[in-house]
Design a protein around this ligand. Structure first.
Ligand SMILES: [Zn+2]
Length: 432
């Protein structure tokens, strides 16, 4: 197969020749004879290495009404992803070798996107007892990222033990930083708007205090910490400080925290108190969004991770206080990043490739993904047309769920095609 006339990271047009699942050659555009191989026209598109998500909720096993490994990986492929890390808060929880292997094999069977299971830190996500981290690491799923995401590992002793334990197999603990007592009953960002709306506030300090503690713990035991979904300017300052010390700390931000703010809860195109904007951590202020964008641009925040969180209609279309927290994100991530970071001049396409493919693969210790598009590299490729602008239509999503905050919004860019080891999973924007 050959991809004609495509610009790698936005550079000069080339033809990419795919042979046996790897990039066999890269030649100047138009320099190759027609020949017998199938050709994908990449005119107008840029090529990036297949995207890698560090934070995806696939919901299987247990909530197949919201998403399955198959529909979630189809959604990922449509968003340009070739690998996703599947969070452990399924039912049963992914806290044993058996469950992580089940999820891993479901990903292989689907063939749309590699699924790398995340293992739970504690048994049943209950925060009482460490899960079998070593058994998950040694399993066929080769787990390297451990997280109780959805819940915080708030016990400092357990967090310390987990950080110490994962060193044996070069693992990383990904913390969902949310001090539970400070966020009891919390509904949205604590600030002017929560006060006006009478919703229980979710203070920035509930996130920042846990991040500060965990950076100190990671430094103390000499281990690797990853912080999920940073949402406040203060969190950015703490990560910047930890990195200045040379500590092994990485951080992610979601596309929605780069674009949306808490005033949408009060006033939006879909009205006030619309739970489509209810998410954990909550949408914050314009000043927080600006700090997150700057931090992603200067490398303080390492990666963009979607926190794709599918929910069925009945769990979202209800009153604010009863609604589930979370948004789908795989199929809009690249467009939102273009809107927030590229079209604002904060990042170029090489910077996007670093933060959405290369570095997430490194943090997850995923071999075979996040490699530069060079001869000999696996042909994990996304073709993306940044010039078009389209209205977000949730009905077109491959995801089983539709809880997107971008419905009806016009966003830049479109994933034209995705290749997983040379096999097209998406062609002309459609599943292949
Ligand atoms: Zn989380």
């Amino acid at each position: 197969m050959r991809i004609n006339n495509v610009r790698i990271l936005g550079g000069e047009p080339v033809d990419i020749h795919i042979e046996d699942g790897v990039i066999g050659a890269i030649t100047p555009a138009g320099s190759t004879e027609a020949g017998a191989v199938p050709v994908v026209d990449g005119k107008g598109a840029i090529a990036l290495p297949g995207l890698v998500d560090l934070h995806t909720h696939l919901r299987e096993p247990g909530r197949e009404d919201a998403e399955t490994v198959l529909t979630g990986t189809q959604s990922a492929a449509r968003g340009g992803y070739t690998a996703v890390h599947a969070m452990a808060n399924t039912s049963p929880v992914a806290d044993t070798a058996g469950v992580v292997e089940q999820v891993f094999r479901l990903g292989q069977a689907g063939g749309y996107c590699d699924v790398q299971p995340v293992g739970a830190v504690t048994v049943g996500l209950e925060g009482k007892q460490l899960a079998e981290l070593g058994a998950m690491a040694d399993s066929a799923a080769r787990v390297r990222v451990f997280s109780d995401d959805g819940k915080c590992v708030d016990d400092a002793v357990l967090m310390r033990r987990a950080l110490e334990y994962v060193k044996a197999f070069d693992g990383v603990v990904a913390q969902h930083a949310q001090e539970p007592r400070l966020t009891e009953g919390a509904q949205m960002n604590e600030g002017v708007i929560s006060g006006r709306l009478g919703l229980t506030g979710w203070p920035a300090v509930a996130e920042e205090a846990v991040i500060a503690r965990d950076c100190l713990l990671a430094a103390h035991v000499g281990s690797r910490l990853h912080v999920c979904h940073l949402s406040t300017a203060g969190s950015v300052e703490i990560i910047r400080w930890a990195k200045s010390k040379g500590w092994n700390v990485t951080a992610e931000v979601t596309p929605h925290h780069l674009l949306l703010t808490d005033d949408l809860v009060e006033d939006s195109p879909v009205g006030a108190y619309n739970p489509i904007y209810k998410v954990n951590p909550p949408l914050r202020t314009r000043a927080d969004v600006e700090a997150l964008r700057q931090a992603l641009a200067d490398g303080t925040i390492d990666v963009v991770a979607t926190d794709h969180a599918p929910h069925p209609v009945e769990d979202k279309e209800t009153e604010w206080s009863a609604a589930a927290m979370g948004m789908v994100g795989l199929e809009t991530a690249l467009s939102v990043v273009q809107e927030a970071m590229v079209d604002t001049g904060l990042l170029d396409w090489a910077g996007v490739a670093q933060r959405m493919s290369v570095v997430p693969a490194q943090i997850g210790r995923l071999t075979g993904h996040g490699q530069p598009l060079e001869v000999g590299a696996p042909a994990n490729i996304v073709l993306y047309d940044p010039a078009v602008r389209t209205e977000v239509d949730p009905a077109a999503f491959a995801s089983k769920s539709r809880n997107t905050p971008y419905e009806g919004m016009t966003l830049p860019g479109r994933v034209v095609a995705t290749f997983l080891r040379g096999k097209p999973t998406v062609l002309e924007g459609k599943l292949s």
